[in-house]
Design a protein around this ligand. Structure first.
Ligand code: B12
Length: 253
């Protein structure tokens, strides 16, 4: 078990001491950051502080120093966003500050995107990805898309606030057999189920596999609404996409 003093970045030590009040949660966050390099802690700190120019520079420096893109994503960018989430939840920061953090996150993602998306191989499947109707969160969806492209999938990105009809039309237009939906709000999660119902109503449900994800989504919820799979993060998203693509290919043989 790590201690607060084990964190090399002073800003992170101060932030955790000041804003993470619950003991078990603070320990989890200390352990998370203590396992990472100082350069990753610096990126996380810059995300939390909403300093997009610093995230831009630090991420580029890390990549130039041969730190793996996945490590920068997990230990720097996503780790920083974890504390932003806690501060937002506990009303220490509000939408404008979170938007600054999201902008900083995007500045970092711009450097890892070309690396994670570069596959150079023939597409192994086509995926339609979108954040569901009423929901504007796209950071997690975009990370999944980068990883999918890097794994060799062709991805059609429908963006945010995607209606069931938009998903349906995209599947028909692109002849895709896999749909990925993201939701970050408990109020928009049911729109995943509504989209699946729209596929049933259009008699297209048997033609597509559906995977879902996003922080509030659980495997049970995914099961209840009739999705084929749930993924907890971008790495799982790729694993699921590969499995569902294989299942779909053997079902249509
Ligand atoms: C950033 C953020 C924002 C930004 C979004 C910017 C953007 N471009 O995305 C802004 C400021 C715009 C925003 C707005 C709002 N937000 Co907000 N936001 C967040 C925050 C802090 C981080 C989300 C994030 O990017 N996480 C980092 C990414 C990497 O993680 P992720 O999205 O979970 O994605 C990973 C996995 O889930 C998975 N995954 C994601 N999608 C998919 C899809 C598939 C198919 C698969 C397999 C996997 C998968 O892989 C990803 C990578 O590992 C969360 C807090 C949190 N703990 O989640 C609140 C949070 C989601 N927001 C919340 C709220 C309440 C709001 C607002 C309603 C606030 C308001 N009063 O206006 C609005 C809603 C706007 C709307 N209509 O959508 C609440 C939701 C509460 C709830 N129970 O529903 C949260 C939980 C904060 C809180 N209170 O605790 N928000």
């Amino acid at each position: 078990m790590a201690e607060l003093v084990d964190l090399q970045n002073k800003f992170l030590r101060d932030e955790l001491g000041e804003y993470v009040e619950e003991e078990a949660e603070r320990q989890r966050m200390v352990d998370l950051y203590a396992e990472t390099k100082l350069s990753m802690q610096n990126i996380a700190a810059a995300i939390i502080d909403g300093r997009h120019h610093d995230v831009d520079r630090l991420t580029r420096e890390a990549i130039d120093d041969d730190v793996q893109a996945l490590e920068v994503m997990d230990d720097g960018l996503i780790a920083g966003m974890a504390l932003v989430g806690i501060k937002f939840r506990d009303n220490f920061i509000f939408v404008p500050e979170v938007l600054a953090c999201a902008r900083a996150m995007k500045a970092g993602m711009a450097h890892i995107e070309p690396i994670l998306s570069a596959s150079g191989i023939d597409p192994i499947g086509k995926v339609i990805m979108g954040t569901v109707k009423g929901d504007l969160h796209d950071i997690g969806k975009n990370l999944c898309i980068m990883m999918l492209r890097g794994a060799g999938f062709k991805v059609v990105d429908l963006g945010v606030d995607t209606s069931p009809d938009d998903f349906l039309e995209a599947v028909e237009e692109h002849g895709a057999n896999l749909v990925g939906m993201s939701a970050l709000l408990t109020t928009t999660m049911p729109n995943m189920g509504r989209t699946i119902e729209a596929f049933i109503d259009a008699d297209l449900r048997d033609d597509v596999k559906v995977m879902v994800g996003g922080a509030p989504v659980t495997p049970e919820f995914a099961d209840d609404m009739g999705a084929d799979a749930y993924g907890a993060d971008a790495v799982e998203c790729v694993e699921i996409a590969k499995r569902l693509t294989e299942e779909s290919a053997s079902a249509h043989q």
